[in-house]
Ligand binder design. Structure first.
Ligand SMILES: C[S@@+](CC[C@H](N)C(=O)[O-])C[C@H]1O[C@@H](n2cnc3c(N)ncnc32)[C@H](O)[C@@H]1O
Length: 318
């Protein structure tokens, strides 16, 4: 459809149409500024960033966008087409360290990696990500915030959206591309389904790193529930104790841990709540890893041709 004069004028003035269609020229201009900025001494960069931050909105470049992209559990073949395109077309990609090199290698623009964090430092890294996103968006760039798994599953994606909104970035310039979350994919890559008819009719995903360093409240034992714990490795002992003593899980409840799921060096250990700590210690299993607790752990293991029978105390036996 031919454009009217008025439409053309509006487009030229605001240099944007809808999300993801900002003109190349604005983005190249912003990229050039970002590139030049990186040569300046730190304090000059700081002043320029400060000015950009405090300029009245109408003087700021208004074409930048931010896309939170889920990178999946690690294998690049598990990226969605949308994620792949966003990564390839971004001017700036701000990546979590957990995203493997093979995915980071897809970046054609500038790649900024957040540092490896301890629990104490992870808030600092998050602040860096906030400031980078905000400043590069204001420079008119297409920013991708690349996150492991799915941005909204223990990925702090919601916080980032709220931050950008609080900084005046219009909602239409913020987009989320879902990723395959490791909470399901890690199990799948070890042939552990989170649900299975007759064995588990529900699954619960919890963090092992709750507020104030506590382990999360695990609901009382239910034989037909799979519990998936992310970020649980550093508190495995507390976690197992909580399953056994607080939630009253039988000691022989199957438990598996999948380390570096879908990576070339993926490892899996299977045991029970009673044996899992010893197995982890023997094998030296570390983060990133997902813990699975429930009868689904063994349902497809060793050929996976076992029959299930209902038992009065636990519901199922495999
Ligand atoms: C901060 S959370 C991020 C979760 C991510 N948003 C997701 O949806 O998968 C990090 C935790 O995800 C899990 N994780 C992420 N990628 C993993 C992988 N490839 N293999 C095993 N666990 C993984 C681990 O439990 C790790 O401690």
């Amino acid at each position: 459809m031919p454009k009217t004069k008025a439409t053309t004028k509006t487009t030229a003035l605001t240099t944007t149409t809808k999300h993801g269609e900002e003109p190349e020229i604005a983005s190249k201009f912003g990229l050039a500024i970002a590139f030049l900025l990186s040569f300046l001494p730190f304090y000059v960069q700081f002043v320029i960033r400060l000015l950009l931050t405090h300029f009245p909105p109408r003087y700021r470049p208004s074409t930048g966008t931010c896309t939170l992209v889920g990178a999946g559990p690690g294998d690049p073949s598990l990226l969605t087409i949308g994620a792949h395109e966003a990564i390839r077309n971004a001017d700036i990609v701000i990546s979590d360290l957990l995203v493997p090199e093979r995915i980071q290698a897809l970046v054609r623009g500038k790649l900024l990696k957040l540092p490896r964090t301890t629990r104490r430092k992870s808030d600092d890294a998050q602040c860096d990500a906030y400031v980078w996103m905000r400043d590069y968006i204001r420079l008119g760039l297409r920013v991708v915030r690349l996150k492991g798994g799915d941005p909204f599953v223990f990925g702090r994606g919601g916080e980032e959206v709220l931050y950008l909104r609080s900084e005046g970035i219009p909602a239409a310039r913020i987009k989320v591309i879902p990723g395959i979350s490791s909470c399901i994919a890690a199990g799948e890559s070890a042939l552990i389904p989170v649900t299975h008819r007759g064995v588990a009719d529900q699954f619960l995903v919890v963090t092992g790193r709750g507020e104030g360093g506590r382990v999360p409240d695990i609901p009382s034992f239910s034989a037909r529930r799979t519990v998936v714990v992310m970020m649980g490795m550093s508190r495995l002992h507390m976690l197992v104790t909580s399953f056994l003593n607080d939630a009253h899980y039988p000691r022989h409840t199957p438990c598996a841990i999948v380390e570096k799921a879908t990576w070339a060096d993926q490892r899996v250990v299977r045991g029970t709540l009673e044996t899992i700590e010893k197995l982890v210690e023997m094998q030296g299993i570390k983060n990133p890893a997902v813990v699975y607790v429930g009868h689904v752990v063994n349902i497809l293991a060793n050929g996976g041709n076992k029959c299930m029978v209902n038992t009065p105390d636990e519901g199922v036996e495999v």
